[in-house]
Write a protein that binds this ligand. Sequence first.
Ligand code: PEP
Ligand code: MN
Length: 266
Amino acid sequence: LVSREKKPTDTVISVDDVSVGNGESQFVIGPCSVESQVQVDTVAQSVKEQGVNILRGGAFKPRTSPYDFQGLGEEGLKILRNSGDKYGLKVVSEITNPKDIEVGSQYLDIIQIGARNMQNFDLLKEAGKVNKPILLKRGLAATINEFINAAEYIVSQGNSDLILCERGIRTYETATRNTLDITAVPVLKQETHLPVMVDVTHSTGRRDLLLPAAKAALAVGADGVMAEVHPDPAVALSDSQQQMDIPTFKYFMEQLRQPNLTAHNI
Ligand code: PEP
Ligand code: MN
């Protein structure tokens, strides 16, 4: 169902007046984790000022270590929703448990399925039954074919509002946290009709590489870019090495707004 052969035209995902896949670049920006209302509001205000439409923030955090911050859960979703409503932004957050898809759909405009859950088939099936767009991230070590099959799990349950997100894969390279598979973008766009985004934060794990990676993503035809922003990354409860502070984020957006960078002009 997701293949380009089945449907030659690009799928556009719309949440009210915000569309992903219609030729404009969309940005999904916000902290790694929702920590407090003040923290999310601070980022949301800057996100709005920069003309970005979609706010992110993790509430259910799939952490490598059980001793790391696990997220605020439903309270985090409420905080994110409040900020979204206050600043007129659409909100996206990850759901990790099939039983939370329903609660996620109460608070969120877009439900994220994270890399670690790309092949959680029960979760994919639940996501396929709700009437909400899903942002599906590529697994840590998933081939493009496995990624497309995960997408198929969701769409085959009836929900065809799906955005794919390349977020880097595990390779032998240690200079970056993951290896951004930049050609996954044109491959996914050729093989499927779905919008494709690139998460520059988790793919690189390096603040100094966010801007070049985002430029590359837009240049190869990505429909959008995800990046993490925190008011004070040094004290962030997760991913403190790779989140941008607010002045850096402003610079990031200014650079990406250069007209010659959009896919259409290349
Ligand atoms: C995230 O976006 O918050 C996240 C945990 O990313 P990933 O699933 O790609 O690791
Ligand atoms: Mn993160």
